[in-house]
Design a protein around this ligand. Sequence first.
Ligand SMILES: Nc1ncnc2c1ncn2[C@@H]1O[C@H](COP(=O)(O)OP(=O)(O)O)[C@@H](O)[C@H]1O
Ligand SMILES: [Mg+2]
Length: 231
Amino acid sequence: MTASTVLRAEGVSREFGSGDAVTKVLHDCDIEVLAGQTVAIVGKSGSGKSTFANCLSGLDRPTSGRITLLGQDLAELDETSMARLRAENIGFVLQKDNLVPTLNLAENVAAPLIMSGMRLSEALERAREALEEVGLGHRAGSWPGQVSGGEAQRAAVARACVNEPAIVFADEPTGALDEENGLRVQELLRVKVKERGAACVIITHDLDLASGADVVATMSAGTFVMAGRVG
Ligand SMILES: Nc1ncnc2c1ncn2[C@@H]1O[C@H](COP(=O)(O)OP(=O)(O)O)[C@@H](O)[C@H]1O
Ligand SMILES: [Mg+2]
């Protein structure tokens, strides 16, 4: 592991169910993500991308294999320590429904800061600034149900990055958007992670989105079929 390795997975497998009903979804997956690097994981629907990302980000646990995030072996963490590691070091952008519907945009973006112990007034101030940075300063008091899909995803990017996480996971972040809004969210995510020197793992079946990454890794039937550097 080099000094700038943020995330490393070795021989990760994930099975669901047991006995005769066991489904093997991931087989022996390896990946390494360095600080400041964006890695795209591409592959057809059902190839195991989300299952792998969920293991990498500590939302799920692999059946076998080893995942190290910031030098910490995730298998050694109980649920409380894992939750703290996620809250302090990982940003998430999902395909949709990223925002809590009963919190306004500023409160949504402030949530990771509050969970990390920042005072409410300071967190809301910082959240408003983060919304300004993604062109949504005027939407700080709006409810998620009042904004467009593109605006909600831009707010989700602001929230994912507000805590200065070491790594951001984006699982199909533009999957529910039209092309114009998808491009805008994609560019925003790229700029936000780069300016913070964060690592980023983007899961996508959109090759345009993947082409902006430093490394593209292709999954098929639960395993990596090739990995290469782009450009
Ligand atoms: N909890 C689960 N139990 C059983 N099978 C699952 C579970 N989660 C995912 N799978 C299966 O794993 C395969 C990969 O799913 P997923 O990781 O969501 O793929 P992708 O994100 O590439 O579309 C699919 O066949 C899916 O049905
Ligand atoms: Mg998926």
